[in-house]
Design a protein around this ligand. Sequence first.
Ligand SMILES: CC(C)(COP(=O)(O)OP(=O)(O)OC[C@H]1O[C@@H](n2cnc3c(N)ncnc32)[C@H](O)[C@@H]1OP(=O)(O)O)[C@@H](O)C(=O)NCCC(=O)NCCS
Length: 215
Amino acid sequence: MNPSDMTGDRHLLLAGAQNPRRANDTDALSLARLLSAAFLADPVFDWIARPGRRRAEVMEEFFFWLLKTRAIPFGEVWASEGVVAVWIPPDAPASPGGVLEQLRLLPLFLRLCGLPRFLRGSAMGEAMEKNHPKDEHFYLGFIAVAPRLQGMGLGAAMLEANLKRIDARGIPAYLENSNPKNTRLYERLGFVARRNIAPHGAPPMIAMWRNARVL
Ligand SMILES: CC(C)(COP(=O)(O)OP(=O)(O)OC[C@H]1O[C@@H](n2cnc3c(N)ncnc32)[C@H](O)[C@@H]1OP(=O)(O)O)[C@@H](O)C(=O)NCCC(=O)NCCS
């Protein structure tokens, strides 16, 4: 590909990320693949997920379940070519907990973590739940750019578009940053670090809050 083609491609990809579309059920599989590829080298996933050649496949299975049941139905999963942002809106119903639901999910979490790392996964999940803010907010569950497209401004463009809509509703936003490489990006967008919520022995997981900007 010659350099002018690449510039044209980047331009199109950026335009897509600036005007993302709302994902629906038919996107779940391709978006799960994208999330799995992007989070394969994430420090927190690396701590929780069972190492080995099946890791990417099981992470894909985990993201597929999450998108289908805990994200896409609430209408705030946004996508463009090579980019996905998984937001949970403030009016989303609390996750259907209960012993039965936990039992149903047990095989998936065992496949993801393996027995030796199962307690790590539970400790991280508990820490995230315990520290989740009570004030009304949009929650950025995951943001991912395909590995070959990272560092081109696509993640920032998608988040700016998402935050513009959130600002228009006057609602704050919250995320947990699982990779110190991302801190400057989130700070540039107005997120402020609150505290490290990671359980003992885990890589940092930094809770970050952003007040709505007055437009
Ligand atoms: C984090 C992520 C969504 C950012 O999107 P992006 O399109 O790569 O980033 P942009 O080009 O818009 O912005 C660049 C900023 O992103 C951050 N960044 C994180 N990972 C990066 C990477 N692999 N390449 C380049 N920048 C990266 C840096 O803070 C960079 O800012 P800097 O130039 O001041 O160092 C993307 O890199 C990604 O999918 N990473 C893997 C999954 C992940 O970490 N998700 C977020 C978990 S909290």
